[in-house]
Design a binder for this molecule. Structure first.
Ligand code: SAM
Length: 239
């Protein structure tokens, strides 16, 4: 990842799990962004950066979706393949995707619109801040984080999304019985995830690694890992 959003000041900020990239869209993303973001993108009060969220009361998701339904959050939804599959498979569930890269959100809203799905929304925001400020405690049925950026170098491990702090926040936002599912194709990150999850208030659903979450479609990140000879590790924890 390289580049930053030009012209944006660089105030002091928390360590985050991403580097802001210049957000050039391809023609189909531009079209989806222009035509469909109004239907799917939830605008939020910002903190100092374009992907940060100002401290605020949680959003009223029942009002946003026009109904009260179980809520699921995906952090780092990328191009939306898992998010769209989840929303399509569970019309009775409302799905919120947090993603920091605008072109990926454009792809996601294009796919949601093409499938005619109305039970999903996306927020251009750091998912950790989104969970903290936009989602009420004990309000989520599930949180997904699939193939988060691995941040290989030891000095970058503090940027990893699945950390002790994130696990604690996820625990607070899940309702009792709610599930946190993660997947990665990097063994050292998988082991680190398992360590912080085991040390958290969450409880492992499986002994050892979880079986493949059948609903999760193969995304380019998983395919790339498998093509390079890596295994995929999944974990599922319950509040
Ligand atoms: C390796 S990609 C995986 C995308 C998708 N989950 C998949 O499996 O195809 C990681 C994604 O997470 C996004 N991301 C990284 N940190 C994030 C954060 N704190 N909040 C929201 N999105 C984040 C990146 O922009 C990128 O789209």
């Amino acid at each position: 990842m390289s580049g930053v959003v030009r012209g944006e000041a660089r105030p002091h900020r928390d360590v985050v799990s991403f580097v802001r990239r210049s957000a050039r869209m391809n023609p189909s993303q531009e079209r989806a962004w222009r035509l469909h973001r109004g239907a799917y993108l939830v605008d939020v009060a910002r903190g100092p950066m374009s992907t940060s969220v100002a401290p605020q009361d949680p959003l009223d998701w029942s009002e946003i979706f026009g109904r009260t339904a179980p809520l699921l959050v995906e952090i780092g939804a990328g191009n939306g393949d898992s998010l769209v599959a989840t929303a399509a498979a569970h019309p009775d569930v409302d799905v919120i995707g947090f993603e920091v890269f605008e072109p990926s959100i454009a792809s996601t809203v294009g796919k949601l619109s093409a499938r005619g799905l109305r039970n999903a929304r996306v927020v251009l925001a750091d998912g950790v801040q989104g969970l903290r400020w936009l989602v009420a405690p004990e309000s989520l049925d599930a949180v997904h984080a699939f193939f988060p950026d691995p941040w290989h170098k030891a000095r970058h491990h503090k940027r990893r999304l699945v950390s002790a702090e994130t696990c604690s926040l996820v625990w607070q936002r899940l309702r009792p019985g709610g599930l946190f599912r993660v997947a990665t194709d990097w063994e050292d990150y998988a082991l680190a995830m398992r360590e912080v999850l085991d040390a958290s208030e969450l409880t492992a659903v499986h002994v050892g690694w979880a079986p493949r979450f059948e609903e999760r479609p193969m995304t380019k990140y998983e395919a790339r890992g498998i093509a390079a000879g890596r295994s995929v590790y999944e974990l599922c924890y319950r509040r």
